[in-house]
Design a protein around this ligand. Structure first.
Ligand SMILES: Nc1ncnc2c1ncn2[C@@H]1O[C@H](COP(=O)(O)OP(=O)(O)OP(=O)(O)O)[C@@H](O)[C@H]1O
Ligand SMILES: [Mg+2]
Length: 267
């Protein structure tokens, strides 16, 4: 199971957009995906039209079965949603011992997924620390604008610090340049700088595309909403490269495992 937090302390850089479209793209390729919304704004539930009585608040504060907090979104995609009560959960766990690893303990028994994608809020809150210490990988969407590069460098330093302080080993599996405006010099310059500084794990950029903004209003992924848009094309490339890395991260997708079991039984 690949556990990936989609994180950047800078707001509005495309974290939620990346989480949703990654989830849909991976699900279409047969991967089982669980999204977890760590943002009290509850953007995922809103964008996907999901209602629930139990959510991440209940999972963190009470002792429900994990299943009780999971909602089905679509074929191969589930969600642990959040809403404004999550802010209260954060205050409560702040007073607990081992407060940075509450999420990790609560999700210990989770199985049945190829991917867990954590949509993190902006900032470096306790919930984000919990996300970083649960995840084995980080995907950092970074806007190709004036402050995007600075935020990216800071985020990388924070992840390194978390590894040091908590003896953790989260890997930055992808830096994803977002909001790329191919018409402006600034955007091109920032992208070039990101590519030269982080050349080992930087993905192709996600261009500015209005379809990416409109899709959530229609409760759809960009692939369903505007299949041939630049937004869909760019996210498809990202999904291919995430799938390409599966062997490196030791993932055998459940669909393949089941295939093998079926073959073994037939033999
Ligand atoms: N490549 C893009 N082109 C155009 N609009 C985009 C693009 N990516 C995201 N957006 C839009 O920009 C806004 C911010 O994106 P998003 O919500 O994904 O960012 P975020 O990092 O999750 O924000 P927050 O920090 O508030 O959680 C949204 O309205 C989204 O639809
Ligand atoms: Mg968001």
């Amino acid at each position: 199971m690949r556990k990936i937090c989609i994180i950047n302390q800078k707001g509005g850089v495309g974290k939620t957009t990346t989480t949703i479209n990654l989830a849909y793209g991976l699900a279409k390729e047969g991967r089982r995906v669980l999204m977890i919304d760590l943002d009290a704004q509850g953007n995922l539930a809103t964008a996907l039209g999901i209602e629930s009585d139990k959510d991440l608040y209940n999972l963190l504060i009470e002792n429900p079965e994990i299943q009780e907090c999971i909602r089905r979104v679509d074929h191969n995609i589930d969600l642990i949603p959040s809403c404004e009560t999550l802010a209260k959960a954060e205050l409560i766990i702040a007073g607990e011992p081992g407060r940075e690893t509450v999420l990790k303990r609560k999700l210990q028994g989770l199985k049945g997924y190829d991917y867990v994608l954590l949509d993190c809020p902006p900032g470096l809150s306790l919930l984000n620390q919990n996300a970083m210490l649960y995840a084995g990988e980080a995907i950092i969407p970074a806007s190709t604008d004036e402050l995007g590069l600075d935020a990216l460098r800071k985020m990388i330093m924070v992840l390194q610090k978390m590894n040091e302080v908590f003896d953790h080993d989260i890997i930055i599996s992808k830096v994803v340049p977002t909001m790329h405006d191919t018409r402006t010099r600034l955007s091109k310059m920032v992208l070039a700088q990101m590519q030269s500084e982080f050349y080992t794990n930087i993905s192709d950029p996600i261009r500015m595309n209005s379809k990416l903004r409109e899709a959530p209003n229609r409760k759809k992924s960009v692939f369903k909403f505007a299949r041939s848009s630049n937004g869909a094309k760019d996210y498809l490339k990202l999904i291919k490269s995430v799938i390409h890395d599966e062997k490196k991260f030791g993932l055998t997708p459940i669909i393949e495992m089941n295939g093998k079991q079926a073959e073994e039984q037939e033999a």
